[in-house]
Design a protein around this ligand. Sequence first.
Ligand code: SAM
Length: 243
Amino acid sequence: THFGFRDVPLADKQKLVGQVFSSVAQRYDLMNDLMSLGIHRVWKRYFVATSGVKQGDRVLDLAGGTGDIAALLHPRVGERGAIVLGDINDAMLRVGRDRLIDRGIVRGLEFVQMNAEALPFPDASFDLVTIAFGLRNVTDKPRALAEMRRVLRPGGRALVLEFSEVQPKWFRPIYDFHSFRVLPRLGRLFAGDADSYQYLAESIRKHPPQEQLKGMMSEAGFERCDYRNLSGGIVAIHSGHAV
Ligand code: SAM
């Protein structure tokens, strides 16, 4: 069922991730649309709509990249709220910032270049931490989860939107075909870049599936960890509470 996994040594991974996102920052929307057939927009809207975020909340959106999640959060936290958009990659941050400014989404937003594994905030700084399609790119996931837990105030929540394990068995060959045959070709055709798409398909397969990620969140100190599958588990939303 695997179409040519290539194992990337861990030491090279961070560099590779950096190259992938630097090379795709500008064409990011197109890439997301190709990868998900446009459905990522629906997933993101659902993710924020069910996040429980409210007026006045302080939110950290990790791996915030293009600002999609921040844009959806912005009206919900309102004038009293604040959103910190954090990303490790300066090109992604710049694209996100420009795009949000162009849409008039400015007030209460901060942009900070940061590694999710070492957050530059004191304990208990946020009501909500979100990370959408970011955790699978993080090298040391347990450390990132522990950091997310640390910067949440008691009663705060972490929400992870990420590709996960497709549940219906019959759908898996179709999904694999889309990922490893169709996607890299589309990538080459539309973005002149098959490798980045190949990497993304592989990173999805290597990401811990639903139950495993839930366990990792518990290990990181979250309480009442849970998840919800969207689109048959193509993506899942994991949640954990800080107490
Ligand atoms: N959240 C956005 C979205 O849903 O459209 C962007 C997701 S994009 C697939 C993944 C982002 O994770 C990239 O912008 C990348 O720079 C960022 N990233 C990768 N590793 C990271 C890390 N260790 N810390 C923070 N951000 C990271």
